[in-house]
Ligand binder design. Sequence first.
Ligand code: PEP
Length: 246
Amino acid sequence: MAIQRKPLVAGNWKLNGSDSLVEEMSSALQKAEISSSDVVICVPAPYLAKFQSSGFDIGAQDVSEHDAGAYTGEVSAEMLAECGAKWVIVGHSERRTYHAESDSQVAQKAAMAIKAGLTPIVCFGEEEEIRDNGTYTDHCIAQLAAVIDVLGIENFAQCVLAYEPVWAIGTGKTASPEQAQDMHKSVRDFIATHSADVAEGMRILYGGSVKADNASELFSQPDVDGGLIGGASLKAEDFIQICRSA
Ligand code: PEP
């Protein structure tokens, strides 16, 4: 019998937020009575502790690949866990692009997260020119293969994946439901070459200009298990509607 994957909606505030947004979002989510286990908000690290009282899962947006030491400005997975984080985004395209994070660093960050009891949301996705030249599936699978190489398939099973085509992030250019489904299915088939059970249970989110009016169609695809939401996670009403679509 096929495993039922519980949909997940993760918000990514990026470098946005304030005490008042934390309060507004916590109270809106509580009033909306959305099942708390299906929703996570990834906030800038200073808001982790403040958001904790909402009763919803909170996550960070990045983590150090190191445990401790002379790495000024870095925050370790253990520290995030102590601040109440249960999740952490790794390998977001903005980290890969602006901070030159490599596939192996992303894999190492995922490993640190798992060691500290956090669930890594591992982002992968192709730039527009890779989409246009047709090698996007190979590109994405190579990004994930690097993570499996470091974690091993048993630890990889503890991750959530997020397909985020770079050309769709913050651009208003959403992947079509068919493009998203096609990639998610290819990724699941690839994971099945390591373990059919891990492939079946793996939650693969879609991210890239998901809005209240396109979420239902994207989330209704058989291999799309929810979304990673950037801009629309800053507006309580929109985010709640997206959560309901999942
Ligand atoms: C993101 O930041 O991960 C993202 C998907 O952003 P947006 O929803 O704004 O495209």
